[in-house]
Design a protein around this ligand. Structure first.
Ligand SMILES: [Zn+2]
Length: 187
């Protein structure tokens, strides 16, 4: 729909009909507790466990369902290719990596097989990066584990002792700086 006027859920109405309809819809949605709320999770085409919410606020299947979210039991089929190669046998250098690597199924020690795409291989070559040895979801999980928890701690700046909030917990070894000390340090 482009430049539509006086429409409700893609149905066009006359101005008079629309102005009569809208207050009734708002009153009904307000009494149902829906007005101003985000779309309910039951309308989501994805399971809770497929969304980024699961990365930051992980729930079990039963917790998600009892909270009104949907859950997906989909498992992706094992990729197929012209040949299989153990991740441990992948060439160490990109110079030694043939283009045909994208036709092969890579088997890491976890057993979660994966393939590389052409643009992915081109990217690794352009950046001088080694080929990945793990399934991409396992790589994502490993990266997420390295993130600080979503919590803020009262800390003091290492240089000027100003009170600051940091996602680095006090018992951690990293030094934390206030914004201005940090700016001086990096400029
Ligand atoms: Zn400071």
């Amino acid at each position: 729909m482009k430049k539509g006027e006086f429409c409700v859920l893609n149905t066009p109405y006359s101005r008079a009909e629309y102005e009569e309809l809208v207050p009734r819809i708002i009153a009904k949605m307000t009494s149902d507790g829906e007005w101003g709320e985000y779309f309910p999770p039951t309308l989501s085409p994805y399971g809770y466990n497929e969304s980024i919410a699961q990365d930051y606020f992980p729930l079990t299947r039963s917790e998600a369902i009892s909270s009104g979210f949907t859950w997906s039991d989909y498992t992706a089929p094992r990729p197929r290719g012209k040949a299989e190669i153990a991740a441990a046998d992948l060439p160490d250098g990109l110079v030694d990596t043939p283009d045909s690597i994208i036709e092969q199924v890579i088997i890491p020690s976890s057993g979660r097989a994966f393939r590389l795409t052409g643009p992915e291989l081109a990217f690794y070559r352009s950046m001088g990066l080694p080929l990945p040895r793990e399934h991409y979801e396992d790589r994502l999980i490993a990266r997420l584990k390295r993130l600080n928890p979503r919590a803020l701690y009262q800390r003091a700046c290492f240089k000027c002792n100003a009170k600051i909030e940091s996602s680095f917990a006090p018992q951690r070894s990293e030094r934390v700086l206030c914004a201005s000390c940090y700016q001086q340090q990096v400029l």
